[in-house]
Write a protein that binds this ligand. Structure first.
Ligand SMILES: Cc1ncc(COP(=O)(O)O)c(C=O)c1O
Length: 404
């Protein structure tokens, strides 16, 4: 029987399996040259993950370098304006470098050093992952090369300047739509050529096994903290969780520790200008299964199976793929995936800034827009946690600040 017809027991949820599959999704679809490197990475990760020294160094850096735990903030004004559930913001924007991406790069940098790799390759869309890579590279004395679509270097120019200040080499990518997908293509090309001495630091729960497992485990700290903090404040579990989904790392980081509870979960994608193929990046809610960047998951593709361009005002969501674990959780019905449009996200960007004095990243503004739509469907005694995945300082390009 295929897993789709089974009732999944989330109390014993333990995916991916040994071969890196979440049900049918995930796996490893890569050129031969990368197979030994992925095997070596998986074995280094599995050894490190159960090693107390690795765990204590990771915890120490999350706490003292990155500033964890991040607060769980009760957004009282926003909550009373919406007239429904109590809204809590998990403040990943307050961590070092201004987004959740640092959790993963600290973990992967520790791993790269254990593996003796000194050259780091990375891709970035919003520049937040690139910034987090450049930061850990500076701290640990590693060389970072960051691929970034030309369009993203223009709309996130502040992050390009920061990465360069930190000593990283930023390579603008002019192929395709000049955004995240094209940056990943170039990063993979570099990795295939320089696999002996380079470590590919993927920024989300995408790519071939073991990346979706590894990045999720590094990001689970978001949900583990949020669960404990909410319990301390409300002596309960939240009624719902909301997070934006690009590749899917901040969302799975928040959601994963709650999978076995009754908490409802909403993954929010970039609805772009409208839901016509090519005008949005709503991969899970509008796409279909296919292979992209080394794994099987929901992607955006045309009727010939060609990858379709994505579009979103948020560069970190502007990607035609998604993590394989999300694909599985969508098919099981455990998480509800939907999208909000560019215009709705921009309105939420302004709304949160003006009601709470918090300027959210344009990616996170998608989650804020969603909670603004659903809060009133919940009881006043209910709590909803929204992952505020990053801060909006980077989002002052004309497009975002003018709300076009
Ligand atoms: C602030 C912020 N939030 C969310 C995302 C989306 O990535 P993910 O879905 O992996 O969390 C990005 C990606 O760059 C980001 O910078």
């Amino acid at each position: 029987m295929r897993w789709k017809e089974q009732i999944v027991d989330f109390k014993n949820y333990n995916l991916p399996d040994e071969s890196g599959h979440f049900g049918d999704y995930g796996g490893s679809f890569v050129p031969e040259t990368l197979v030994p490197a992925l095997n070596e990475l998986e074995s280094a990760f599995r050894t490190a993950w159960v090693d107390e020294d690795f765990q204590s160094e990771f915890d120490h850096l999350l706490k003292n370098y990155s500033g964890r735990p991040t607060p769980l903030y009760f957004a009282d004004k926003l909550s009373s304006m919406l007239g429904g559930a109590k809204i809590y913001l998990k403040r990943e924007d307050l961590g070092h470098t201004g987004s959740h991406k640092i959790n993963n790069t600290i973990g992967q940098a520790l791993l790269a050093m254990r593996m003796g790799k000194k050259r780091i390759i990375a891709e970035t869309g919003a520049g937040q992952h690139g910034l987090a890579v450049a930061t850990v590279a500076a701290k640990f004395g590693l060389n970072a090369v960051v691929y970034m679509g030309r369009e993203d270097t223009l709309r996130q120019s502040l992050n390009v300047r920061k990465m360069e200040l930190l000593g990283a080499e930023v390579i603008p990518v002019d192929s395709g739509s000049k955004t995240l997908k094209d940056a990943i293509n170039e990063a993979i090309r570099d990795w295939v050529t320089n696999v002996e001495d380079s470590f590919y630091m993927i920024g989300s729960v995408v790519g071939p096994h073991p990346y979706p497992l590894m990045v999720r485990n590094f990001q689970r700290i978001i949900g583990l903290e949020a669960k404990k903090q909410f319990e301390e404040i409300e002596s309960a579990i939240p009624a719902a969780l909301v997070a934006c989904v690009g590749g899917g790392s901040n969302s799975i980081g928040l959601f994963h520790p709650f999978l076995s509870t009754d908490t409802e979960m909403y993954g929010v994608e970039g609805g772009g200008k409208n839901l016509e193929l090519g005008n949005h990046s709503a991969t899970l809610s509008e796409g279909s299964p296919g292979i992209l960047h080394g794994s099987l998951s929901y992607i955006l593709q045309d009727s010939n199976g060609q990858i379709s361009p994505a579009d979103s005002v948020a560069p970190g969501l502007d990607y035609p793929g998604s993590g394989p674990e999300h694909s599985y959780l969508k098919d099981c019905g455990r998480i509800q995936y939907s999208s909000v449009s560019d215009a709705e996200a921009l309105a939420a960007f302004k709304h949160l800034s003006r009601t709470e004095g918090i300027i959210p990243a344009i990616e996170s503004s998608h989650a804020i827009a969603k909670v603004m739509q659903i809060a009133a469907d919940y009881k006043k005694s209910d709590g909803i946690i929204v992952c505020l995945s990053g801060r909006g300082d980077k989002d002052f390009s004309k497009e975002v600040s003018d709300g076009e």
